[in-house]
Design a protein around this ligand. Structure first.
Ligand SMILES: [Zn+2]
Length: 163
């Protein structure tokens, strides 16, 4: 198996395979510096781009480097990630042909105001790199915000009619 980095239609640079990969094969390891989520939040407070991978309950993260950090997100990816004994493997979920870009679903969470817009262009694109659960959470909090705004708006005519 041989991976290479070159420019990608999805985002900036991507990771491509030059050889065929069988379903179930480990394509790469998500390697990097292991640190606490707290330390990462502090270190990347002002940074729009991070390569953090949350482990277990999310209290520890891998700050990705090398090959793994170039693998792009896709909503219809050809790989998935597996955490085994604190190490993260990017594993093929279908056979991958030579020349294909390696992708996995980032399932982002904890993104604050960032929309994390997805450009994967697949039929199943969610439009965002957030996980389906995180999308629901964010929609729920957005609805609450809209409700508050609607309440405020509705009070106006009443106060007008009193005058
Ligand atoms: Zn997408």
């Amino acid at each position: 198996m041989a991976l290479m980095i070159r420019s990608s239609a999805i985002h900036a640079a991507g990771c491509y395979t030059t050889t065929a990969i069988r379903k179930g094969a480990r394509v790469a390891e998500y390697t990097g510096h292991l640190m606490s989520k707290e330390e990462a939040d502090h270190r990347y407070e002002e940074s729009p781009i991070t390569y953090l991978f949350g482990l277990g309950d999310g209290s520890m993260v891998i700050d990705g480097h090398a090959m793994s950090m170039f693998i792009n997100h896709s909503c219809q990816a050809n790989c998935e990630t597996e955490e085994i004994d604190g190490r993260v493997w990017i594993t093929a979920i279908r056979n991958i042909a030579p020349g294909e870009e390696i992708t996995y679903d980032y399932c982002l969470y904890d993104g604050g105001d960032d929309e994390a817009i997805c450009n994967c262009g697949t039929k199943k694109c969610r439009g965002t790199m957030y996980s389906p659960q995180e999308v629901r959470n964010r929609e729920a909090s957005a609805r609450k915000a809209v409700k508050k705004r609607n309440n405020k708006t509705r009070r106006k005519p009443r106060s007008v009619s009193k005058r």
